[in-house]
Design a protein around this ligand. Structure first.
Ligand code: T4K
Length: 361
């Protein structure tokens, strides 16, 4: 039987590095409810990301919902159709309407020019995604948000450790969220965080994730249960300890793909600055939907499973009211394929994937 190669595999610290944290939890008997391991993980993350405040929650989707809720958003929120469904679902769950703007053809991020065309008196915020970790045009988005009095939230689910200049990408806007799902470069099995430099907002988020309780267990409002458990935080701490190595290993593998595929005229890479990317995904843009299907079929015959992140573009789904056509997003979404990329992927496997891709291009 052929060995399967999946689009990703979890980046996991050796068990021996997790055990000391688990022993502490077993000794304390504290498994959840804002315990010491979550606080330690939050502090370590704040240092690692160089941000003021990190509020950990039980997944990235809830991090998004809590951020929208804490900012008291209503009406319309302008967002990108080229993202995972969770981005737009979070808007719906907060009883707002996602209004989709088109994306840029090279970065695949939301197009600031198209946002401006979609602002109405009902717009309360922009929810931008650093797709595949590629930073959005944060300067343009800040300018638009300020000029129109809008809130600006970043879905940075893919953008762990990305910096622009000397600054963490998570320091832009009113808040950013990150995901620590098993498939992310930094994982806590399930998990996520809201990140903000605004201490009042962070306090509000802490209450919202914990039924609305303040630190004296007084009820301050309608919160929910979005707490991260101590065991998830322990896994996060163990994995955070080897993040730099994980990212370096991914970068090496990304560069091998680049070297093997860059001469193919029918294939392009996401455009990014080398020091502003985390090399967590391996998306390639092919010249047609048919070629995406052909490459996928050829790889699957060999037990290699790439993924069409993110297809279809969300704006034409019935769920979001089949909004007007967005030509760039529709074109890009049907031509992107994410090839396998993770830190333990063997060099020989990458060469094999590339030679199969070449056969179809
Ligand atoms: N915003 C954006 C822009 C996002 O991309 C996401 C999540 C969110 C928000 C929400 O964050 P979370 O609420 O999820 O924290 C995955 C993830 O479930 C999802 O977290 C992620 N984005 C999305 C892009 O991808 P699938 O449908 O690819 O998952 P699955 O189970 O097919 O896994 C992919 C591959 O990984 C499989 O071939 C097997 C492998 N795998 C998976 C898991 C779960 C493992 O080897 N071990 C595992 O434990 O959605």
């Amino acid at each position: 039987m052929k060995k399967s190669i999946l689009v990703t595999r979890p980046s996991l610290a050796p068990l021996s590095e997790l055990l000391p944290y688990l022993e502490e939890i077993w000794a304390s008997g504290m498994l959840t409810n804002d315990g010491p391991m979550v606080r330690r993980f939050e502090q370590s993350l704040a240092e690692y990301l160089q941000v003021a405040d990190v509020v950990c929650v039980n997944n990235g989707t809830n991090a998004l919902q809590l951020s929208l809720r804490a900012l008291e958003l209503e009406g319309e929120i302008i967002t990108t159709p080229f993202t995972f469904i969770a981005t737009a679902n979070a808007v719906l769950w907060e009883h707002c309407k996602p209004v989709f703007a088109d994306i840029c053809p090279d970065t695949w991020n939301i197009d600031p020019g198209d946002i401006e065309a979609r602002i109405t008196e009902k717009t309360s915020a922009i929810l931008a995604v650093h797709v595949f970790g590629r930073p959005c045009d944060t300067a343009a988005l800040s300018r638009i948000a300020t000029e129109h009095g809008l809130r600006l939230v970043y879905d940075a689910a893919h953008a762990i450790a990305v910096t622009t200049g000397d600054d963490s990408i998570m320091r832009h806007g009113d808040a950013s969220i990150v995901s620590f799902h098993a498939t992310k470069a930094l994982n806590t099995a399930e998990g996520g965080a809201c990140i903000t430099d605004n201490s009042e907002l962070a306090e509000k988020l802490r209450k919202l994730r914990f039924f609305g309780f303040d630190s004296d267990k007084r009820i301050t409002g309608a919160g929910t249960n979005a707490k991260m458990s101590e065991i998830c935080a322990a896994l996060g701490l163990a994995n955070l300890g080897r993040m730099d190595r994980v990212l370096q290993d991914r970068k090496t593998r990304y560069e091998l793909y680049l070297q093997e595929l860059q001469d193919l005229p029918r294939l392009r890479f996401q455009s990014f600055k080398a020091d502003e990317y985390n090399y967590v995904y391996m998306p390639v843009l092919l010249d047609s939907d048919e070629r995406v299907r052909a490459v996928t079929a050829r790889l699957e015959e060999n037990a290699i499973y790439p993924r069409r992140y993110f297809y279809p573009a969300l704006h034409r789904l019935d769920l979001f009211g089949r909004q007007e056509r967005l030509p760039v997003a529709e074109d890009i979404a049907q031509r992107i394929l994410c090839l396998p990329l993770y830190d333990s992927l063997a060099e020989a496997d990458i060469r094999k994937i590339c030679s199969l891709v070449r056969e179809c291009c």
